[in-house]
Design a protein around this ligand. Structure first.
Ligand code: GRF
Length: 201
């Protein structure tokens, strides 16, 4: 893989960044991509320190001063992202809703991981909702981002069983271990041009 062919990946997060860590760790050797930036909407996000410690450039655009003006917040995000010239954006626990104006600039180039077996349980509290529904299995999905929340072509899914006595936190931890396998596996394929759905269990 020549430098010109290597894809540049920017990762957006809001929290601890465990998925980001797995993505960055995966982008080595013959992997077709490399991380170029980790960006958070929360300057205090734990993921920023982890990325810095791994030698990845980091930045933050605090959404709060924008007071709900999503377009202005997204313009500020784009200003930070643009100089890094990423080929792919990975949302990894990025907890801001992005508008069509932003998403449409990254059509076919932006991925998200969601902790449910989409199309089930878009939005928040996915694990509690799976338990309330009495589902026998849960899981996670990596999909291309389109303007509708947690929608867009599915690139990969991983399933876990729901065990008797599971709480939302226990189930979330079981799903998270699969997120850490699924997201790097999907990104690797995606960066190489493969958009066929990957199933892990
Ligand atoms: C993950 O469960 C992700 O699917 C969800 O937020 C969580 C982020 O965890 N959207 P982390 O910041 O990657 O540890």
């Amino acid at each position: 893989m020549t430098q010109a062919e290597t894809k540049r990946v920017a990762i957006l997060l809001s929290g601890g960044g465990s998925n980001m860590v797995k993505l960055v760790e995966s982008m080595q050797g013959d992997h077709p991509a490399r991380p170029c930036l980790v960006l958070s909407n929360d300057p205090q996000a734990g993921g920023l320190a982890k990325a810095r410690a791994m030698g990845v450039e980091v930045a933050a655009v605090d959404h709060r001063p924008f007071k709900g003006d999503r377009a202005a917040f997204e313009a500020a995000l784009m200003e930070v992202i643009a100089p890094y010239q990423p080929d792919i954006l990975c949302l990894a626990g990025f907890m801001r809703i992005l508008t069509e104006g932003f998403v449409s600039q990254w059509t076919g180039r932006m991925l998200n991981i969601h902790p449910s077996l989409l199309p089930k349980y878009k939005g928040l509290h996915t694990h509690a909702r799976a338990l309330e529904a009495g589902d026998a299995e849960a899981g996670c999905t990596v999909h291309e981002v389109t303007p509708n929340l947690d929608d867009g072509p599915i690139l990969g899914q991983a399933r876990v069983p729901v065990e008797p006595g599971d709480t939302p936190d226990v189930l979330a931890a079981r799903v998270l271990t699969m997120e850490h396998k699924l997201y790097p596996a999907v990104l690797r394929r995606f960066a190489a041009g493969n958009r066929e759905m990957l199933t892990l269990s």
